[in-house]
Design a protein around this ligand. Sequence first.
Ligand SMILES: Nc1ncnc2c1ncn2[C@@H]1O[C@H](COP(=O)(O)OP(=O)(O)OP(=O)(O)O)[C@@H](O)[C@H]1O
Ligand SMILES: [Mg+2]
Length: 511
Amino acid sequence: MTDEILRVRGLRKAFPGVVALDGVDFDLRPGEVHVLLGENGAGKSTLIKALSGAHRPDSGRIEVDGSPADIRSAADAERLGIATIYQEFNLVPELTVAENLFLGRPPRRFGLVDRRAMERAAAELLARVGVDASPRARMADLGIARMQMVEIAKALGRDARVLIMDEPTAVLTAGEVDTLFEIVGTLRERGVAIVFITHHLEEIPRLGDRVTVLRDGRSVAEVPADTPEDELVRLMVGRPIDERYPRERADAGAPLLKVSGLTRDGVFEDVSFEVRAGEVVGLAGLVGAGRTEVARAIFGADPYDRGTVTVDGAALRGGDVHAAMEAGVGLVPEDRKGQGLVLGADVQENLGLVTLGPTSRGGIVDRSGQRDRAAGIAAKLNVRMAGLRQEAGTLSGGNQQKVVIGKWLLADARVLILDEPTRGIDVGAKVEIYRLINSLTASGHAVLMISSDLPEVLGMSDRVLVMARGRLTGELPADEATQDAVMALALAANGTEHEHPERSEYEDGDA
Ligand SMILES: Nc1ncnc2c1ncn2[C@@H]1O[C@H](COP(=O)(O)OP(=O)(O)OP(=O)(O)O)[C@@H](O)[C@H]1O
Ligand SMILES: [Mg+2]
């Protein structure tokens, strides 16, 4: 069949110590959505980087419209009609939306950049993807969802015939995902071929036509998008996973973290709750509800105006991360690139960042102890790497996230706050992270888990708190927390008419 727009045969690419692609075959037809599925480190991003000119394969063949293509640069890919939206965006945050859309090829008049024409054309493109953003807005001020839409608009502006998206939904809310899927549907009808990477299996039948599964750098299957989830999991992981959310409840002990009346004017108000030893408390809500802000305030990363945070009965001074860490509070931040990881440092150094203290002996850093602990947690989380000395920045997206989590698991924080902990993490590795959460609570630690992944919140929390517009709007014990109940609270316009979580069921004792 030659109606394929793209055909890949036997593609290989090795990095020092890792074979990222080990003979990949992949076909793409016009007007199809083709999902690339695989564990963290399976080679998905590497494959699309080969298609978009960011990496040169060591061997193998890429054909476009039936002819061999030598894609050496982004410009080559663009000439062939291939546009890519990377896991890490390619936008320039300091420039405006219009400048980003026409980066490198602004409309000119008499040799000068014609700003008015550029902004008009930008407005048209933005309207086509239905994104509400001014062409003059600074990219950095848009927020991730709208940045992504701008990336799509940029691809459209270049008349892409192949649009490649690397985990676009990882950072989107449910509503934004719907919008994205509508756009994808429209593009597909127009004959654009779409390559879509996602770790959210439930998206696949909604989206796609076909799925290519990669495992350890090889394409192991090509199946229709309506293949049952269990089967997809078996293909990508190599074994079935029977329990996706293996929460083992521990007996809840004394309150370890107590937050009362926490207020940051204009950001969140009068937030009060407790997390007891042995508990996993989920914090649900829509993006923008103020969950991350509350987490950062508890951790001392941001100041607050009123209220108190106590850990094991001792009040923390606001705005002091060191004091919070000393008291045993840890935070796995949602933005791993900005706050969680030192990209230029290696895996071992990153894993040791918060544990240098505990692993020093007599003031001397205990290097071999540090290495053993790092190796242990990396193995538990199945971090795919050439070795502990690999630079964190060259790990795959999901493996970077595992390192951020591993660092805090090693730190043995008594109160661990996880902000979107499994974003970008594959189904198998998620289960491992949940098991580690279980072992934390089994040893009397307290976990506060912020997540936009509702099945995860419902599956792993003993209680669910819900925030909307900077306030807690309610609390549900695990057995009453359903998607609908949580969503109703998350959409509550105003928290005041709801029961205040301070007086909630668990104080009567559920242990
Ligand atoms: N520039 C690089 N230098 C060294 N190793 C690399 C580089 N880029 C990728 N790798 C390695 O290649 C392998 C495949 O990585 P890739 O990013 O393609 O995975 P992925 O399937 O996209 O995973 P994820 O789901 O986590 O995003 C990983 O082991 C990764 O560490
Ligand atoms: Mg990737």
